[in-house]
Design a protein around this ligand. Structure first.
Ligand code: N01
Length: 498
């Protein structure tokens, strides 16, 4: 199939990597701004990003639905206050259709390499299907996209099924099996209650117990849905209420870490109520400052762990010998299937190995000493390159969609600046990026991550938090409202040569 001649690479103004919330959101905003010359390059067969990939039993969001959606695309049909993965995925597909994005989406196009061409002032983007050139490259590849399976000695020789939480094997029936779940993060605490009733034995490898708070989930009533449909302002009001509650709570926790003490009282009571066995309760009691790792929300996790067919191994998985899992505490456990709920490549995101500056240095190489960007979105050395969910834009407890929309404002403003100045490209000045990050890390010193004494995907190998935003989401919104021209170097448009 295909011709033997190599056609010139098609040129588009903007190439976006990824069709999760970031890529879809940018696509909508571009179309609303009258821009149609863009493609969204998607490695999988459909849109949805992390909400397409994570199909594990029990998968749901722990941010209320009214807030975990685009401000420009409210959904009056959310069935619950915290939506499940199928509904969020369906929402993203609906937004894709409603805003006419399908013609822009290129599925099966995994970006293999993107290089800035300093002579042509444009990017060359090689994908598994087509090579494009583009003026502007946006990575919306996401931070929770590439799973980590730890390098466990002997794992290759395990005779049963092994899979990661974000690559669930639905062809494999866990009913009646002995199953190990490795990890006790946000994914594991949803998987465990969902699979516990099915399996003969569930062995949970818990290296670090999580702080778990009650989850105030409930169905959204028909009356509410009717109200949201007929008087859209009521849904806006509900959204604003959820936003302000979360914002003030999280803001207060970040600013006044002493308040976390009060929250630990609630979490301990939650544990005490659900787990009667003092030995199990001791195992499940965290020993680090709350908030250092993501605070988890669940009402069914502790009850599931208390069931007689569950063993909690208070230790990491260290080795595999045949079908026996060996914990770091020396205990051994025979199982049929291993589920790794062990998280994602966040501070070492693989896409950074595929994006090269004009001198042939990768973004990963630029980030050898830690990820950094200007306002989480642009990077010195990479003209006309934007990151959605870049360094220090993550959140523990409010909606990432709000952060993403802030970044979309910033990107749209940069595009307007290019147009209004007639420039070919813009690149953040080193001084601006350094000053931004110095201020950010200064604020970080006052937060729990500087004092928590825990390992977390929030922190990189140096123990530096390059993933989360340390302030209020409102302050991020203000910081990304529009680009500050003083922070950028402009490249004049090339005069065409005859
Ligand atoms: O991954 P994680 P996740 N032996 O990196 C453990 C979002 N999310 O997929 O803490 C035993 O948080 C590791 O232990 P430790 C959300 O942003 C949201 O659960 O490092 N255990 C940890 O317990 C979240 O933060 C939702 O000691 C081992 C776990 O694996 C992010 O995704 C739902 C181990 C990894 O936890 C990632 O969450 C799901 C070993 N050898 C995800 N190696 C909601 O909105 C690692 N671990 C609800």
């Amino acid at each position: 199939m295909g011709s033997t001649a190599t056609p010139a690479a098609p040129h588009v103004r903007i190439a976006i990597i990824g069709s999760g919330f970031g890529g879809i959101g940018l696509g909508v905003r571009l179309r609303q701004a009258g821009q149609t010359d863009f493609v969204i390059l998607e490695r999988a067969g459909d849109v949805g990003g992390t909400w397409r990939d994570n199909t594990y039993p029990g998968c749901a969001c722990d941010v209320p639905s009214h807030l975990y959606s685009f401000s420009f695309a409210p959904n009056p049909h959310w069935p619950r206050s915290f939506s499940g993965q199928p509904h969020i995925r369906a929402y993203l597909e609906d937004v894709t259709d409603r805003f006419g994005l399908r013609p822009h989406i290129r599925t099966g196009h995994e970006v293999v390499e993107a290089r800035w061409d300093p002579a042509q002032l444009r990017w060359t983007v090689r994908t598994t299907a087509t090579t494009y050139t583009c003026d502007i490259l946006v990575s919306a590849a996401g931070a929770l996209a590439d799973p980590v399976i730890p390098d466990i000695p002997g794992l290759d020789g395990f005779p049963g099924q092994v899979f990661h939480s974000s690559r669930w094997n639905h062809d494999h029936d866990l009913a009646g099996e002995r199953v190990a779940v490795i990890g006790t993060g946000a994914s594991a605490i949803q998987i465990i209650p969902a699979v516990q009733p099915l399996v003969q034995r569930l062995v949970v490898f818990q290296r670090t117990p999580a702080w778990v708070m009650p989850r105030a989930d409930r169905p959204i009533t028909r009356l509410e849905q009717w109200l949201f449909r007929t008087i859209p302002a009521t849904q806006k009001l509900a959204r604003a209420g959820v936003y302000l509650t979360r914002e003030s709570m999280v803001g207060a926790f970040v600013r006044y870490p002493a308040l976390l003490q009060a929250a630990t009282v609630v979490a301990r009571a939650h544990l005490r109520r659900a787990v009667r066995d003092p030995e199990l309760r001791a195992k499940l009691t965290p020993d680090y400052v709350m908030g250092c790792k993501r605070i988890l929300l669940s009402n069914d996790y502790y009850p599931a762990l208390s069931r007689p067919n569950v063993d909690v191994v208070a230790s990491g998985l260290q080795e595999v010998r045949g079908s026996t899992l060996v914990a770091a505490d020396g205990t051994t456990h025979d199982v049929d299937t291993v589920v790794f709920a062990t998280g994602f490549h966040v501070t070492d995101m693989p896409i950074a190995n595929r994006i090269y500056d004009g001198a042939g240095r990768s973004l990963a190489d630029h980030w050898r000493d830690g990820m950094s960007a200007l306002r989480g979105t642009t990077v010195t050395g990479f003209p006309n390159f934007f990151l959605i969910v870049g360094p220090n834009t993550g959140l523990g407890h409010s909606s990432m969609i709000y952060m993403i929309e802030s970044q979309l404002n910033y990107i749209l403003s940069a595009l307007r600046h290019l147009d209004s100045t007639g420039s070919a490209a813009l690149e953040p000045r080193r001084s601006a990026q350094d000053a931004w990050n110095a201020r950010l890390q200064q604020r970080m010193r006052r937060t729990v991550w500087a004092r928590g004494g825990c390992a977390s995907w929030y922190l990189d190998a140096r123990g530096c938090n390059t993933t989360l935003w340390p302030g209020s989401t409102l302050s991020f919104r203000a910081a990304t409202r529009r680009i500050d021209p003083a922070e950028y170097h402009l490249f004049p448009a090339r005069t065409p040569t005859a």
